[in-house]
Design a protein around this ligand. Structure first.
Ligand code: SF4
Length: 405
């Protein structure tokens, strides 16, 4: 299908992006309410049996504990750092998506892996899991707006265009961020490409550059740009590919000149942070330290004292001097948790509006209870599977990452 035809069929902004601000608030805490009350946020939720809607948070809490105990070692619950406290407390391991998937694969006794995170993470867990393990995502509407910005059909068209314009294999290496669908990881696997995380992105870029190749990075243009700068690619050597324009909005000559082609995607959470918030934080708290995630814009990353993955942010603050003051540019559930776990420091979110990742937030504890109840009754609800060919090709790109970093 041509780019223009597709533009007419599919909205240019994914629904997950439109829904991103649904849970933003200025005057309330993020404490869970009944699911029925949270439904009023107006986002898409997966339907579940009506009995779960009115359950009080404390009842859900007690029932999750019981259900989890009954499943014993047959179950592993994984919790991404951006999950709410009422969910993360049941995680056998907290971490970023890759750390969690690797952990899951190492838990060979576990029959069920309940991934409290978003869809692409459960897919990655399925790719890395043992054949007998079943991966479950408690709420199927928990996607990721960034991953949704790179639809495989658009990416395949772009890849074909690049081969055609650049000639041969185009001397171009596809690198996809972990936050992408399994089909995009598979495209990288079969085209000598690689997967990266926010911690090892520079190493994967250097690996491609050392082979004298240009880079096609997706889906996050900001992580791609920030990483490109870190490895010495000039801003004038980078282009952003707009999937809704012919040739991404560029001339063949401009594409041939580029060393880094960035997919036009972003994280709806991390692009909320801006230069004005930084100026305000520095004015209000002289001597403050600023740490942000590299999915933030380059302007924000440039003004921060340091930037890195969630694991890096947690470590740096934990190891900082007693009494230090930190403004943090990442998801609010994690920032609140870091603040709680570092009572000897002052830690707050750079954005004064409380605005959780709306897709992560859809893992309400009632959904966790629902899938655990199902397992105790012998029903596997919301299993995530990746087809065999995609799994094999995506594994190549994931294995390549492990051999490079
Ligand atoms: S924080 Fe951003 S990248 Fe992470 S799941 Fe949410 S939308 Fe996706």
């Amino acid at each position: 299908m041509t780019t223009l035809l597709r533009e007419a069929k599919r909205p240019t902004v994914p629904i997950t992006e439109i829904e991103q601000s649904a849970f933003c608030r200025t005057d309330e805490s993020l404490k869970s309410k009944t699911l029925e009350e949270e439904f009023s946020a107006g986002v898409r939720w997966q339907k579940l049996p009506i009995e779960y809607l009115k359950l009080k948070p404390e009842v859900i809490d007690a029932r999750i504990a019981e259900a989890k105990k009954a499943l014993g070692t047959r179950l592993v619950v994984l919790g991404h750092h951006y999950q709410r406290d009422e969910v993360i407390k049941y995680a056998d391991l907290r971490g970023d998506s890759f750390k969690l998937s690797q952990f899951a694969a190492s838990q060979r006794d576990a029959e069920y892996i309940v991934f409290c995170g978003v869809h692409f993470m459960a897919e990655t867990a399925n790719i890395l899991a043992q054949p007998h393990q079943k991966v479950i995502l408690p709420n199927l509407t928990a996607g990721c707006s960034m991953a949704d910005m790179a639809h495989i059909d658009d990416v395949l068209d772009c890849w074909d265009d690049l081969q055609r314009v650049l000639g041969g294999d185009g001397g171009i290496t596809p690198i996809t961020y972990m936050n992408s669908t399994a089909s995009i990881k598979a495209l990288c696997g079969r085209n000598n490409g690689i997967v990266c995380t926010s911690s090892n992105a520079p190493a994967t870029f250097r690996w491609a550059l050392e082979q004298g190749r240009r880079i096609f990075f997706l889906p996050d243009q900001h992580l791609g740009r920030n990483t490109g700068v870190k490895v010495g690619i000039g801003l004038d050597e980078m282009l952003v590919w707009n999937p809704f324009k012919p040739l991404g909005g560029h001339t063949p000559e401009a594409l041939r000149r580029a060393r880094l082609i960035l997919w036009q995607g972003h994280c709806s959470v991390h692009t909320r942070f801006n230069v004005k918030q930084i100026a305000q934080a520095r004015a209000k708290h002289p001597g403050i330290k600023l740490i942000v995630h590299p999915e933030c814009t380059k302007e924000v990353v440039d003004l921060a004292d340091c930037n890195g993955s969630t694991e890096y942010i947690i470590k740096v603050i934990k190891e900082s001097a007693l009494g230090s003051v930190w403004a943090v540019g990442t998801e609010i559930s994690l920032v609140n948790r870091i603040a709680k776990e570092n009572p000897d420091k002052t830690v707050f979110c750079l954005d004064s509006v409380v605005c959780p990742c709306s897709t992560m937030y859809r893992i309400h504890p009632a959904y966790l209870l629902w899938v655990l109840d199902g397992l105790n009754q012998g029903a596997v609800v919301n299993q995530i599977t990746v087809d065999e060919q995609t799994r094999e090709e995506a594994s190549v790109a994931l294995d390549r990452m492990l051999s490079v970093v």
